[in-house]
Design a protein around this ligand. Structure first.
Ligand code: AMP
Ligand code: MN
Ligand code: MN
Ligand code: MN
Length: 286
């Protein structure tokens, strides 16, 4: 396997174990077909798909790293921290993720109440029809229901008109602390990665604080090349990676063939002057 920057690594995607529409097995097959050379399944706040994903990758002859994407609250914003290469049977991390998932059902009921006030009835039951894991009802499942019921044309329209701050259906939520998420991953022998930094609505000072605190807690990498980043953001976060001495990750954030703009493996390569996160994880590849 070429260990350098031109490896087609895809270290961020979702299955039915969180808010994706494909099974871990279907994703492994799709990754292989698309030419992915190193893969990780990173379901939100969940490791329940890890053994299936690793087995499916092995069956495809596809090198695999364990993965998850932890929801964190930092400076009153939701930030996502990807974990890679950890032990999926680590008890402390399992408990931490269980706690992180635990408020989702109540939040979903509040989202449904808020949508009902805006004239959209039955969205809790409607969203549940799309849920693959009862502990992981997410905004994405509500978005699929609003598309199915004809309220919006596609899920991006749903997020524009509903479910985001200031819009009907948005319910603020407190997720894990940054320090805890990074510590769970690191203590389970994995590497913590700041996911899609270009998506957060931070001021320059808040973003600087995020990177500084992440690094102080033991975080080691940042996603530079990811599905929601523009070319300018590739350049910006490559500079940030170098400034903070962080390794760089690459992942599509693929959720569904019908919804995701970036397919598995269909990303620009990491720039040559960055340290790929998989160089730090060579001993953890299965
Ligand atoms: P939750 O964890 O329930 O808050 O849901 C977050 C998920 O919603 C993300 O992981 C995405 O899959 C999806 N999402 C958030 N914002 C958008 C958006 N603007 N367009 C499409 N999907 C989005
Ligand atoms: Mn998602
Ligand atoms: Mn995310
Ligand atoms: Mn994601």
């Amino acid at each position: 396997m070429p260990p350098q920057n031109i490896l087609n690594a895809d270290l961020h995607c979702h299955s039915v174990v969180s808010d994706g529409t494909l099974t871990p097995e279907m994703l492994a097959e799709r990754a292989k077909t698309n030419g992915v050379e190193l893969w990780a399944l990173t379901d939100h706040d969940e490791m329940g798909g890890q053994h299936r994903a690793a087995a499916a990758a092995k069956a495809q002859g596809l090198p695999y790293l364990t993965g998850t994407e932890i929801s964190v609250t930092f400076a009153n914003e939701t930030v996502h921290i990807v974990g890679l290469g950890f032990d999926p049977d680590d008890a402390e991390m399992q408990q931490g993720l269980r706690n992180t998932r635990s408020g989702r059902e109540q939040r979903a009921m509040q989202m449904a109440e808020s949508l009902a006030k805006a004239g959209i009835q039955g969205s809790f039951e409607g969203a549940l029809k799309f849920v693959g894991n009862p502990e992981l009802i997410s905004r994405t499942h509500f978005a699929r229901f609003l598309v199915e019921s004809g309220v919006c044309r596609d899920t991006s329209e749903v997020f524009r008109k509903y479910l985001t701050e200031g819009k009907p259906g948005y319910v603020p939520h407190r997720w894990a602390a940054l320090r805890d998420a990074v510590t769970w991953i690191t203590n389970a022998h994995g590497i913590a990665v700041i996911a899609h930094p270009g998506r957060y609505k931070f001021t320059a000072n808040e973003e600087y604080a995020l990177f500084t605190e992440f690094k102080a807690h033991g975080g080691q990498a940042v996603e530079v090349v990811t599905g929601s980043h523009t070319k300018q953001e590739f350049v910006k976060y490559a500079e940030t990676a170098k400034e903070f001495g962080l390794a760089a990750s690459r992942g599509s954030d693929f959720h569904s063939p019908d919804e995701s703009h970036t397919d598995l493996g269909a990303l620009s390569f990491l720039m040559g002057d960055l340290t790929p996160v998989w160089e730090l994880l060579a001993g953890r590849i299965q």
